[in-house]
Design a binder for this molecule. Structure first.
Ligand code: TAP
Length: 517
């Protein structure tokens, strides 16, 4: 029972369908949790062809949580065919936009009902601190589903006054139509949130979807799939195919029936994806890629606020944050004070079990990433940066890396140019009040995701906002994202927006209709 029937049922507020599957059941974080470990295709949880699996590891102790089925290109093809059927023949495209909206609101309500369970799964699978996972990983995901659910019946075209073919009259109007089957490929830093940012806009626009979560953190995507059945989303509308990027990811990006690809991940893989999209069938794509976002701190700012925001800007979600302040420029007159205060505060960060309510800094997502951070710091020191705090893996089980502070970083150094994606603060000095000079340094990167400035001088702040080459600018704040505000980068940080009204356009096509009468 799907589609209209379920929509009608959900209007009455009664619960709809439960999906049967072979669950992983655990008692953790003082609660019972249950989640799938198979592929989700055409409304069912099934094994991959050949039954190969990938271990999902808990980064807090490196134990294996479960074995997750690993999609092959054949599985991806099955998922795409299901999505195509659901788009061409299913209830999804037949139902009215308002009923689609109701289904998405209901999905958000179910996510809210399962908020603790989702946050617990996110914590054990990705190392996110539970309290943060509740608020951000899951909380913002729910917000984004509600935000886009509200858009479903507000997607409109326009009427356009064209020249008449006299003596007849003409009218041109546009229709915003869904694209069809969309592919989504996401990274591991905010697994459920990255899924939600893209998929909510994609489904609100009326598309169907085949989605591949990062192989190291696929579990909340599968729990989400379970909830989507319960919400009454018809089979084939959402398909989740965990697996590797080179196999399952590439199969989505190259599939001839997929017409749009939404990708978040590294610039390097983004380049490959764009090429694959072009070579396969010229699919539309949007790319949210890496960043090395500058944060500039002038001596006239509220320094305590700058310290707090810089720390959040770097250490939030253990640095696994695409808009992390990857480079901090501090005016020489307040540099030493700033560094001293940052180190004082960094010492207070409570590192430990992400499920512990007093912890604020959990383990890094996976081992390869942790190893990369260790060598990143070593390279910085070798090139002449000063290691002021941290820099090492903690001597305890699990993938814990100390929040780290590097100073005396100069523009030519590796750590000044490359993203760490970890809790490493990179501090450089600038002198005088020459805004243009510091902006030039801040802009001398191929990335352009986010940026920030702290100053009490409104003219300086506005000049910074105008001249900085970044898709997001924060003034006297940092990390302040919102589901209603467009998010996305410039230059090699990619193109196309997530969030806000603009994100809908990534998943719509415009049809222009002209009639004569
Ligand atoms: P990537 O290595 O680029 O992986 C991202 C996704 O692409 C994963 O699901 C990956 O699969 C898949 N993939 C890998 N190779 C592929 C291929 N040839 N074809 C299709 N898919 C492929 O990035 P990551 O290490 O997960 O994430 C870190 C990066 O993401 C950072 O650079 C960070 O800045 C960026 N990021 C950006 C944003 C925004 S909004 N701009 C947000 C979060 C993260 P696997 O599971 O096999 O890895």
């Amino acid at each position: 029972e799907f589609g209209e029937a379920v929509v009608l049922k959900s209007r009455g507020g009664s619960a709809s369908k439960e999906v049967e599957y072979d669950p992983v059941v655990m008692h953790v974080n003082n609660m019972d949790i249950k989640f799938p470990k198979q592929l989700f295709i055409d409304g069912k949880f099934i094994d991959a062809e050949g039954g190969r699996t990938i271990d999902s590891i808990n980064p807090a102790d490196e134990s294996v949580i479960c074995k997750v089925q690993r999609a092959t290109p054949g599985d991806v093809d099955r998922a795409v065919q299901a999505a195509k059927r659901a788009f061409d023949e299913g209830e999804w495209s037949k139902m009215s936009a308002r009923d689609r909206s109701r289904l998405l609101f209901r999905l958000a309500d179910l996510m809210e009902e399962h908020k603790q369970e989702l946050a617990t799964i996110e914590a054990i699978d990705s190392g996110a601190v539970y309290t943060l996972a509740l608020k951000t990983h899951v909380g913002m995901s729910i917000d984004v589903w509600r935000y886009f659910a509200g858009w479903c019946d507000k997607i409109t075209g326009s009427t356009i006054p064209i020249s008449h073919a006299r003596p007849n009259r003409n009218l041109t109007f546009t229709k915003k139509e869904p694209i069809g089957v969309c592919g989504l490929i996401t990274p591991w830093n905010y697994p459920l949130m990255m899924l939600s940012w893209k998929m909510a806009a994609c489904l609100a626009a009326g598309n169907t979807v085949v989605m591949k979560p990062a192989q190291v953190s696929p579990l909340t995507a599968l729990k989400f799939a379970e909830l989507s059945v319960k919400a009454g989303i018809p089979p084939g509308v959402i398909n989740i195919v965990p697996g590797s990027g080179s196999e399952a990811g590439n199969a989505i990006a190259s599939h001839p029936l997929v017409r749009k690809l939404g990708f978040t991940g590294s610039t390097e893989i983004g380049q490959t994806i764009m090429e694959t999209c072009a070579n396969s069938n010229i699919k539309k794509c949007s790319l949210e890629l890496g960043g090395k976002s500058p944060l500039v701190i002038f001596d006239d700012c509220d320094l305590e606020r700058a310290v707090r925001n810089a720390m959040g800007g770097v250490f939030f979600n253990k640095g696994e944050n695409c808009i992390a302040a990857g480079r901090i420029f501090v005016q020489d007159t307040v540099h030493d004070k700033f560094v001293e205060r940052v180190i004082e505060e960094t010492k207070k960060i409570v590192i430990g079990d992400p499920l512990n309510r007093s912890t604020s800094h959990g383990p890094q997502n996976h081992r390869a990433h942790l190893d990369k951070l260790v060598s990143y710091v070593q390279r910085g020191v070798k090139e002449g940066a000063t290691l002021r705090y941290g820099g090492k893996q903690l001597d305890r089980p699990g993938l814990f890396f100390e929040p780290t502070v590097l100073t005396d970083v100069e523009d030519h150094m590796y750590v000044a140019k490359e993203e760490s994606f970890g809790p490493i603060m990179i501090i450089s000095k600038f002198s005088g009040n020459d805004l243009d000079a510091v902006i030039k340094r801040a802009n001398s990167t191929e990335f352009g995701l986010a940026s920030g400035v702290f100053t009490r001088d409104i003219n300086r702040a506005m000049a910074f906002a105008e001249k900085i080459e970044a898709g997001t600018v924060f003034i006297n704040t940092y990390n302040k994202t919102d589901v209603a505000a467009p998010f996305g980068g410039f230059k090699q940080s990619g193109f196309g927006k997530d969030l806000g009204e603009e994100a809908l356009n990534e998943y719509l096509k415009t049809k222009c209709v002209t009639l004569e009468y």
